[in-house]
Structures are given as structure tokens and as C-alpha cells.
Design a protein around this ligand. Structure first.
Ligand code: ZN
Length: 254
């Protein structure tokens, strides 16, 4: 099993150095699970010699465009290419509820002589938060992360916790640092792929590097950082982390 970072940058990363943080998990049979499908996905797949042909399963964490903006590309190209099977889509019930109506319907609802919906393009698995989902023998637990609270309600957003060959992996997706909420996953994981903003102008919705740098050594020592802005990066290894994930970096789990 291998985990490829198609990109490791922030939502609005620019230039040839990086793409949005979308990941591809590939099993030994060559089947792929795409973890988030942002608006950069055509280019980040192409750079790896891949295309929509290679996307068989998709997980969506939340509705920002760097996580769902490539769904129109995958949905329309696979629908009209007779070589393609309908991709499976795994998405939390509450995210699924809004994915079509509030993000995708505008561009995908009208096709030829018909009206489409999410099921036209994808075989949809609406995930019960407690139950999680399984893919290729791996059980994925959904971890509700605190990404954005707008003052009225929490925007639904879910990271993943899963185990491959005795390695427990926590992929935060976009999040603030909230140990009081999700501390157990930080402790339990062997390896943490953590959202990490490096902007000079920190946002309130992503954890900043400076905040992560204050974490205890035993947590930093299992963290790879991603989701960062373009430009110079701090010396993460010196500060006790594994480091920043680079675009195209592969993690093998054997
Ligand atoms: Zn986001």
C-alpha cells in the first residue's frame, strides 16, 4: 500500500512548485482511493502520469474547492468515457447532503437530454460518522475536525484515522489544533499527517506552524506537515517534526 501526495500545498497555492493537498492511496492490486479532489486535480494527476482513468474511489472531507473543485472533471469525464466504471464516492452523511445541492449541481445537473444527480456520476456511500467505511480491507474512522465554526454552527469536515500493516495513521485534513476534541487520535497514531499553515497572515481556520511547534516532542516526532503556503519554510526537522511533505512524496506501508 502506498500513499502519494499529489500536492501538499494550501488551497490557493500558486506556481509550479506545488498543488492542493490531495492524496492517492494505492493498494497492491493498483486500485486507487483519491482523498479529496480539488480544482488542481487535473494537473496534479497529469504530473504523475495519471488521469481520471485511474480514479476508482474518492473520499471527500469537506466542501472547500481545494477538496471538491475537481469533482466535475472526474464525474463528467468518467460518465462519458465508455472505458470507465462509475467511481465510488465515500462521504459523510452531512457533507453528502450539501455536496450536490451547494457545490456540484450548478455545473453537473444538466447533461444532454437528462437531469442528473450525484448518483448519475458516482456510486455514493453516505458514511455514518460512527461506523466509518472500509476500502481495500482498511477500516477508515471519520474524525470530526474543527475547521470552521461560523458562529452559528460547525462546518462539517472529517479527517481520517486508519491502520495499514500495524501502522496507525491520522490524516487531519483541514483543521485548527484542538487537542481537547481529538487528542486521543494524536496519542494513538504512529504517524500524523497534519494540516499546517505557514502564512505571514495566519487565518483562524488552519493551525499555524508556530502553534504546532509548541506541541510536546512525542507528538511532533510523529508528524509530517502539509497544506502550507508557497515560499520559504521553517526548519521543521530542527523543531522536532519529520518535516514538510513535498509534492509527489510517497509513503510506503509494507
Ligand atoms: Zn478547508
Amino acid at each position: 500500500m502506498r500513499l502519494l501526495f499529489l500536492g501538499s500545498g494550501s488551497a490557493f497555492t500558486v506556481g509550479a512548485d506545488n498543488y492542493q493537498s490531495n492524496l492517492l492511496l494505492t493498494n497492491d492490486a493498483g486500485e486507487n482511493l483519491l482523498i479529496d479532489c480539488g480544482s488542481d486535480i487535473r494537473f496534479s494527476l497529469y504530473d504523475q502520469g495519471l488521469s481520471y482513468h485511474d480514479i476508482h474511489h474518492i473520499y471527500i472531507s469537506h466542501l472547500h474547492a481545494d477538496h471538491v473543485g475537481g469533482m466535475e472533471y472526474i464525474g463528467l469525464t468518467t460518465l462519458f468515457d465508455p472505458q470507465c466504471k462509475k467511481p465510488n464516492l465515500y462521504v459523510s452523511k452531512d457533507v453528502a447532503h450539501e455536496l450536490w445541492d451547494r457545490s456540484l449541481a450548478g455545473g453537473m445537473q444538466s447533461i444532454g437530454n437528462d437531469l442528473a444527480d450525484l448518483n448519475t456520476f458516482f456510486t455514493v456511500f453516505k458514511i455514518n460518522r460512527q461506523a466509518g467505511f472500509s476500502w481495500s480491507g482498511i477500516q477508515f474512522k471519520l474524525v470530526r475536525v474543527i475547521h470552521i465554526h461560523n458562529g452559528y454552527y460547525l462546518m462539517p469536515s472529517y479527517g481520517l484515522f486508519f491502520e495499514i500493516h500495524d501502522q496507525k495513521i491520522f490524516l487531519t485534513t483541514d483543521t485548527q489544533l484542538r487537542l481537547e476534541e481529538n487528542g486521543q487520535f494524536y496519542e494513538e497514531a504512529d504517524i500524523i499527517f497534519h494540516d499546517c499553515e505557514t502564512s505571514k497572515f495566519p487565518s483562524p481556520v488552519h493551525v499555524h506552524y508556530q502553534e504546532l511547534a509548541k506541541l510536546p516532542e512525542h507528538l511532533k516526532g510523529k508528524m509530517w506537515l502539509y497544506g502550507y503556503q508557497p515560499g520559504e519554510l521553517p526548519n521543521a526537522k530542527k523543531d522536532g517534526f519529520f518535516g514538510f511533505v513535498k509534492r509527489g512524496q510517497v509513503f510506503e506501508f509494507t
